[in-house]
Design a protein around this ligand. Structure first.
Ligand SMILES: Cc1ncc(COP(=O)(O)O)c(C=O)c1O
Length: 391
């Protein structure tokens, strides 16, 4: 039998991509090399300073040798071999979960295959079609995917607007459970959710608070506990804190930290946790090494260095310091933002242009991601390339 041709469907897919391209919205991947924690090399051989990585303390270079040594000496295999609830849980998995819980002041934690899976799986498992979900309009796409999958009635509130959330919470009846869903540190705007008010509103309305602090944990707060620490708080009994191993923790995977009862429930019920092979032991060892640095004096020094890089850039750009994610708005739509990113690259700095649907139309921006690995001269070069200062 001859294989079926893509036919009309294939043409429709192609036509869709052509439409995206002419609107300046087509995404294409590039294959890059990373010679070290602060540089990036493009396929044409040109290299420059990398302002796109979410490895905010530059640990992905520091942990490599130790993680490889431990991987080889413990005799781990390259794959966990099966899913967590069959025989894929090896000592590093539980050890990492215990240290994450201890670090974040939660009772327990569960490591998922990725941050995306974790965000999706936690909401999909805890909320059902009779519950109500209230979410900030800018939450990450993985949380949105989980919310959509639950088929629960869901209500978005304006970004960081607590009055809007208050109004929406007050207007709804109280059948079923209620969930408030927020990012901790927002991945595009680099701004923080008001966790103190959110915690108070969740408490007053008997709601669960789900916080995705993928960008905050490890990088923010004197000891690196993220947005909670910035607000001088710790997760409470009905709070669910999500993070990722793939940003500051220099590896790959996601995790949720919460009460023991919630973690037991998630492990027993989440399809995204159960029906997928456990994360490879090497990945877990790399995250363990990174977490050990995050919790050490070196971690505190790197966070101080990151803060000093943030202060330098915002001083050069004449802005107020907020976080290591610095959005630079570009007027003129998606083509203009691509041109701006290209002109930065010509000046030796790589930072991605963000377009719809990653950001709303009209809010295109260059997203600068600072790291403790950057040198002051890198930051001066970036500011000069953005047209704000001399290198
Ligand atoms: C806020 C936020 N949550 C979740 C994720 C997903 O994490 P991961 O890349 O580990 O899948 C990301 C980024 O990728 C993110 O920015």
């Amino acid at each position: 039998m001859r294989p079926r041709q893509a036919g009309k469907d294939g043409e429709a897919f192609e036509a869709d991509l052509i439409r995206q391209e002419s609107a300046g919205l087509l995404r294409v991947e590039r294959t890059v090399e990373k010679p070290d924690a602060r540089r990036i090399r493009m396929p044409d051989g040109q290299s420059g300073i990398d302002f796109s990585s979410n490895s905010y303390l530059g640990l992905h270079q520091r942990v490599r040798a130790r993680a490889v040594r431990r991987f080889l000496s413990a005799g781990h295999l390259t794959s966990a071999g099966s899913s967590r609830m069959v025989s894929g849980t090896h000592p590093p998995h539980r050890r990492l979960e215990r240290s994450l819980a201890d670090f974040l002041r939660a009772e327990d934690a569960a490591v998922f295959g990725s941050g995306f899976l974790c965000c999706f799986g936690v909401i999909d498992t805890l909320a059902g079609s009779r519950d109500r979900i209230f979410f900030d309009e800018r939450i990450h796409a993985s949380l949105r995917a989980g919310i959509d999958h639950t088929r629960a009635p869901s209500f978005s509130y304006r970004h960081l607007d607590m009055d809007d959330l208050r109004r929406k919470l007050a207007a709804r009846d109280i059948r079923g459970r209620r969930f408030i869903v927020t990012d901790g540190l927002y991945s595009m705007g680099g701004d923080f959710a008001p966790l103190d008010t959110l915690a108070e509103l969740a408490d007053r309305h008997g709601a669960w608070l789900i916080v995705d602090d993928a960008h905050g944990i490890g990088a923010i707060g004197a000891s690196g506990r993220g947005t909670y620490e910035r607000f001088g708080r710790a997760p409470e009994a009905r709070h669910i804190l999500i993070g990722t191993l793939s940003k500051t923790l220099a590896s790959y995977g996601g995790f949720v930290a919460a009460s023991s009862a919630v973690i037991r429930y998630i492990k027993a019920r989440s399809k995204a946790f159960i029906y997928t092979t456990a994360a490879p032991p090497f990945q877990i060892l790399a995250a363990e090494e990174a977490l050990a640095i995050v919790r050490s004096r070196t971690g505190a020094e790197l966070r101080e260095k990151l803060q000093s890089n943030i202060r330098l850039l915002v001083r050069l750009l004449k802005r107020r310091p907020v976080s290591q994610i610095v959005p630079v708005p570009i007027a003129g739509g998606s083509s203009a933002v691509l041109e701006a990113a290209q002109s930065l690259w010509s000046a030796g700095c790589f930072a991605p242009g963000m377009r719809y649907p990653t950001v709303p139309r009209g809010q295109e921006m260059i997203r600068i991601s600072l790291s403790a690995a950057h040198r002051p001269s890198d930051i001066r070069r970036l500011a000069a390339a953005l047209g704000h200062s001399r290198p």
